[in-house]
Design a protein around this ligand. Structure first.
Ligand code: GUN
Ligand code: ZN
Length: 657
């Protein structure tokens, strides 16, 4: 029902499959008013819409027409249609004249693609008791809906909405309980009041405490989110669907949406974008128009900017620049900046979803970038790394650092107690923003060279790398710090060494270090034994192919310097690591397909190494750990385990004789 096509952070470009067609996500469903709709939303980019089953049910004419001709005919839309149940009316008026079963039955009767049970949207910041008792009813009704669907053999897909107000444990509990049901989609509810009151930080908490406990293989709908200002942030948290009444409600109110906020027509001297409406009319033209005509034009603009933002977001996911977009968007308002800063609390979770390597470089756009999952991931790797005896710390230069470093490296200060220096048994690392320490042997790996930070450094990031450096130094014998770092970071060191420090390049040592970082410590020795030949690109001088004699072991990918296995490389890696490290384990049924070099689908995977991330090179084995094939992972470990549809591994080669 839902497949992932591309990923960045927790964000996904996916396909949602319904009986009225497929929808590319992240998607925006404009809210269609069953009686008053004046705008043809399809014309402005809507592939899917949402309308309100309760409003149709309550109106005798609409109800009869919907029953006779079907919902799609009623609202004149032939794509997928989602319906809401009257829960929102319940939250506004305190009561509705329909039961859970009645609204479910009605939605099925009129041919909804995705129906919703009658959840209770509990407002933020209510008394705990209220949140608990509401939640009990919401959960009961969700269960009732699933039973109703099963008993009546119903095709309609089912929404089970996550509630729990602003109590994070209740959101978690609700998400966990709903996940046990066989619902089709799990929207996140009651967030509209948070967004309307600019509680974006709390929005992050509510979304994360729901999403972390929901399955990854369903589309997540952030209910009532229709302001393009929050789309990028919400997508990065893992939301796939949005619905917007905002486009028309704001238009009724003479307000124009933009990714920078909302503009009141009365304050506009200039039109805010380059859509058809903004190109054709001036603010004065609009102000002089009759109300309805003006409203429809503003609604058109509002739809245009909303769909344009979603296109931009999907493009950002394809190229791996979603966080750069989020960081940009979250500077539109201080409350959004709070939301961005709040992401720090969830970076361990984000790391589990973020692709290992991306097409675009990592851009440092401010101190918030220090808490991105790429930085955390590198620090976790460094902390696992066996340390050599001594550490030489170098200042940053042109990237890749190792390419431009040679000869005598300059003046060094002694950090900590003075001991004997052993340059043959030393780690050489560059200290830079944002990644902290970057070992010279692996500096070409994504994103350690594929990143950029401003030359004028801010205090937060200086403090950040200084703290990391101090913690990391702890277990070294002798630490030497380049004089420029001593000055830049005010380390206050005074004792210099008179020893001449040089960095000697060594391709095989470098390859082993990369293999260790990529596949685990010790894998370098195992992969690169024998008569190692390194073949380089004549044009760029970069390592391309590595052989043992004439047998290819690995290729090095030019874009991110990760090692790509050959048959021999896969065999060596398999022999030197223990199950399930670096492995995706498939069941008996899919064994012949894997051996044949066919790609691996998620549903055939019985187990996999929890450290696998999108774009990793992996071994494909059976449950007896027989090596069947090897390939590139298209998902993270958690997602591979979660999905029952779609590809998990793009197989490079199978081991069929
Ligand atoms: N629309 C906006 N918020 C909600 C919600 O919490 N539940 C339902 N069913 N619809 C909504
Ligand atoms: Zn416009």
């Amino acid at each position: 029902m839902f497949e992932i096509k591309a990923k960045d952070m927790r964000g996904r470009v996916g396909v949602l499959k319904t009986k009225h067609g497929n929808v590319k996500t992240p998607a925006l469903m404009p809210v269609i008013h069953p009686r008053k709709q004046a705008i043809d939303v399809k014309k402005y980019g809507a592939d899917m819409v949402i309308t309100n089953a309760y409003l149709i049910y309550k109106d005798e004419d609409l109800k009869q027409k919907a029953i006779d001709e079907g919902l799609h005919e009623l609202i004149n839309f032939d794509g997928p249609v989602m319906t809401d149940s009257g829960s929102f009316q319940l939250s506004v008026y305190g009561d509705v004249e329909i039961t859970n079963n009645e609204v479910l039955e009605f939605q099925e009767l009129i041919g909804t693609d995705i129906g919703t049970s009658l959840d209770i949207p509990t407002a933020p910041f209510v008394e705990r008791e209220k949140a608990e008792s509401d939640l009990e009813i919401t959960l009961e009704r969700a269960k009732e809906a699933v039973e109703f669907k099963k008993e009546n053999n119903i095709e309609m897909l089912l929404n089970s909405v996550v509630q729990g107000s602003t109590f994070m444990d209740l959101r978690q509990e609700c998400a966990k309980e709903l996940s046990q049901l066989d619902a089709d989609l799990y929207p996140i509810g009651a967030v509209v009041p948070l967004m309307e009151s600019y509680h974006y930080k709390e929005l992050v908490d509510v979304v994360m405490n729901s999403i972390m406990y929901l399955p990854d293989n369903t589309a997540r709908h952030l209910m009532g989110a229709g302001h393009p200002m929050v789309f990028a942030l919400a997508v990065a948290l893992g939301c796939d669907l949005f619905d917007s009444a905002a486009y028309i409600l704001y238009a009724e109110d003479d307000r124009l949406l933009s990714t920078r906020g909302t503009f009141k027509l009365e304050n506009l001297q200039e039109m805010p974008c380059s859509c058809e409406v903004c190109s054709k009319y001036t603010p004065d033209d609009l102000r002089a128009m009759p109300k309805r005509e003006r409203r429809d034009l503003i609604a058109q603009h509002n739809l245009h900017v909303s769909f344009a933002e979603l296109r931009l977001i999907r493009q950002a996911i394809y190229e791996g620049s979603l966080m750069e977009l989020v960081e940009e968007r979250c500077r539109a308002h201080p409350a959004l900046l709070d939301a961005l800063r709040q992401l720090k609390n969830y970076n361990e979770d984000f790391e589990k979803y973020d692709p290992r390597s991306k097409k675009s470089a990592f851009f440092y756009t401010g101190a918030e970038s220090l808490y991105r999952s790429e930085v955390l991931r590198h620090h976790q790797k460094l902390l696992e790394m066996p340390k050599k005896r001594d550490l030489i710390v170098l200042p940053p230069g042109r990237k890749p650092y190792s390419k431009f470093i040679s000869g005598k490296l300059g003046d060094f200060y002694i950090y900590g107690d003075k001991k004997e220096l052993d340059l043959d048994n030393a780690d050489f690392m560059v200290l830079d923003i944002p990644f902290g320490l970057i070992p010279l042997d692996i500096d070409e790996l994504y994103p350690l060279s594929q990143n950029a930070a401003p030359k004028i450094r801010d205090g937060d990031s200086k403090q950040f790398i200084k703290n990391f450096f101090k913690d990391f130094c702890d277990n070294y014998g002798q630490v030497m710090v380049h004089s420029r770092i001593n000055n830049d970071l005010d380390l206050g060191l005074s004792e210099k060494t008179d020893e001449e420090i040089r960095y000697a390049k060594d391709d095989v040592r470098k390859l082993k270090a990369i293999a260790d970082y990529q596949f685990g410590w010790g894998c370098g020795e195992a992969l690169f034994k024998g008569n190692i030949n390194v073949e380089k690109s004549k044009k760029t001088g970069k390592i391309r192919h590595i052989y043992d004699g004439k047998t290819l072991i690995v290729n090095m990918r030019a874009s991110d310097s990760y090692l790509i296995l050959s048959k021999e490389g896969a065999r060596r890696l398999h022999a030197s690591t223990a199950y399930p490290k670096n492995r995706v384990v498939v069941n008996k049924d899919s064994e012949p397909f894997a051996l044949d070099g066919k790609s691996v689908f998620s549903k055939f995977v019985v187990e996999c190494d929890e450290n696998i991330r999108l774009n990793d090179e992996v071994l494909i084995v059976n449950e007896e750990d027989k090596l069947l094939a090897y390939g590139k992972s298209l998902l993270s470990a958690i997602e591979i385990n979660n999905f029952q549809t779609g590809q998990a591994i793009k197989t490079r080669k199978g081991f069929k004789k």
